[in-house]
Design a protein around this ligand. Structure first.
Ligand code: BTN
Length: 235
């Protein structure tokens, strides 16, 4: 079921507050977020009424904590297939930013509750820029409307998104291939920053992701494997 709020602090925060009572599959969407949250403690700003900002509650039965990255893949691949449905091709910048060309169109914030080595519940928060055309504070943002030159009805977009999500959510085994095939800068020699090695800059080539969701970069000599926040892109 989809519930729309005119204004709320953050759909992820609301989903977390109401988590015990919300059934798996619940979607909370907002026309305006006053305290939207992004990765790394950042704030997620969007123009009210222009974009999709929503959270999906999942209570997966039997997903091991070590497979939690599959929920990131599920969200990322759904966004990619959703955009492709409007004729827009995109890339997934590991772990889960969605880019059109070199501009970000969507951010994803997955917050999991673990219990007994399993994912008991997951709040998958997604912000997709739909009709916003100007991003004064952000140099590298874009939207569906900027990509296609058209305007969209947000409620219709969310229904289209959820149709893709529901078709993929029971096919988790196919997600690593679908995710890897869209990986940003895969096979491209590029610059990165290694936070495990004191912010060392290096050049390398993304090869893919490991079975546990780490990013694999070949630096010309060896393969380096990174978890979230251990590596950055120099764009
Ligand atoms: C990022 O930093 O790229 C992740 C942004 C995630 C934003 C979405 S908008 C809906 C949901 N509610 C939030 O407060 N954050 C997520």
């Amino acid at each position: 079921m989809i519930t729309w709020y005119d204004t709320i602090d953050s759909t992820n925060s609301e989903a977390l507050r109401r988590l015990p009572e919300l059934p798996s599959g619940t979607v909370l969407a907002a026309r305006e977020q006053t305290a939207g949250r992004g990765q790394r403690g950042n704030t997620w700003f969007t123009e009210p009424g222009k974009n999709l900002t929503f959270s999906i509650v999942l209570k997966p039965s039997g997903l091991a904590a070590g497979e939690a990255h599959l929920l990131n893949y599920l969200a990322s691949v759904t966004v990619a297939e959703f955009l492709e449905g409007y004729g827009v091709s995109c890339c997934i910048k590991w772990p889960n930013d969605i880019y059109v060309g070199r501009k970000k169109i969507c951010g994803i914030l997955v917050e999991n509750s673990l219990s007994g080595g399993r994912v008991a519940a997951s709040v998958i928060g997604i912000g997709i820029n739909i009709n916003q055309k100007e991003f004064p504070q952000l140099a590298n943002a874009t939207s569906l409307s900027l990509a296609t030159g058209r305007e969209y009805v947000l409620e219709d977009c969310l229904k289209a998104f959820m149709a893709v999500f529901e078709s993929l959510q029971h096919k988790l085994e196919g997600l690593p291939a679908a995710y890897t095939s869209r990986l940003f800068q895969k096979g491209v020699h590029a610059r990165y920053i290694d936070y495990i090695r004191d912010g060392e800059e290096f050049t390398g080539t993304i090869l893919g992701v490991s079975h546990d969701g780490r990013l694999i970069i070949h630096d010309g000599a060896v393969e380096r494997l990174y978890r979230f926040k251990e590596v950055g892109y120099i764009l």
